[in-house]
Design a protein around this ligand. Structure first.
Ligand SMILES: [Zn+2]
Length: 262
């Protein structure tokens, strides 16, 4: 199976059309075997002994379904596919470190209806938030790929909720671990940002793993080996964070008055 995936992934580097198809195959196959049952969320491995024992960590693969996210400039690979693959790798590693893991999606789906009475993106985010909250998660990691109008920008970039000390500490630890683990040309610092998924009242980080608008990073992100290094760096950042004193997170944003809120 591994050989088959590796062959598919090397062909993928040469052929833009195959890139999408092969990654979809990898993610779909793994998702189906590892997370039988629910399609919108699933409990991963974990809950055992290790440095993250006792923690419930939500891993959110950004985008999905109709919402493909960023697009690789060379291969045309969709961000949503890479996000899911990296998220699954992160979930597995966190599980090995003893955490219980909940994923917001394990398939190529958006978490919204086809024709909802509110914006599709808002319903999608509300449902992700509900999965995370109902699971009692005490950390959120949201996995994304970046893009920029020009091709020169590169390097992983981790975001935390603006002014949230707990998120800042977590994002800083992950950013540092990604610099150590991936040796990017551009060494970025974690930044505050305004993202829905970071406002649930627990330490949270949104990880932009690299730029699909940068030829070299797109090439790297299309390899299984690099995606595993990305995932390992993120998991190591979480483990490094676990050794630190933790400031309190900002309280969850009250969204009860939001259209479509449950
Ligand atoms: Zn994204």
């Amino acid at each position: 199976m591994t050989d088959r995936i590796q062959r598919a992934c090397s062909v993928l580097l040469a052929t833009a059309a195959l890139c999408s198809a092969a990654l979809l195959y990898c993610a779909g196959d793994n998702a189906a075997s590892a997370f039988a049952g629910r399609t919108d969320a699933a409990q991963g491995a974990g809950g055992g002994t290790g440095p993250l024992s006792g923690m419930v960590i939500a891993v959110d693969a950004g985008h999905g379904g109709y919402d493909g996210g960023a697009v690789g400039r060379v291969t045309g690979v969709a961000e949503k596919e890479l996000n899911l693959d990296v998220a699954r790798r992160v979930a597995a590693l966190l599980g090995e470190a003893g955490a219980s893991v909940v994923m917001t999606r394990t398939e190529d789906i958006a978490l919204c209806d086809d024709d909802p009475p509110i914006r599709k993106k808002l319903q999608d985010m509300q449902r992700r938030a509900a999965i995370i909250t109902q699971a009692g998660a005490d950390m959120v990691l949201s996995i994304h790929m970046n893009e920029y109008a020009g091709r020169s920008q590169s390097g992983p970039q981790v975001f935390y909720r603006e002014d949230c000390p707990a998120g800042r500490l977590l994002a800083g630890a992950i950013q540092e671990a990604m610099i150590t683990g991936l040796s990017p040309k551009k060494k970025r610092a974690a930044l505050g940002g305004d993202y829905y998924i970071l406002t649930l009242g627990v330490p949270s980080a949104l990880v932009e793993c690299g730029f699909l608008s940068n030829r070299e990073e797109e090439r790297l992100l299309c390899t299984e080996e690099y995606r595993q290094r990305v995932a390992r760096s993120i998991a190591e950042g979480v483990s490094a964070w676990a050794q630190l004193d933790h400031p309190e997170p900002l309280p969850a944003v009250d969204r009860s008055g939001e259209p479509g809120a449950q």
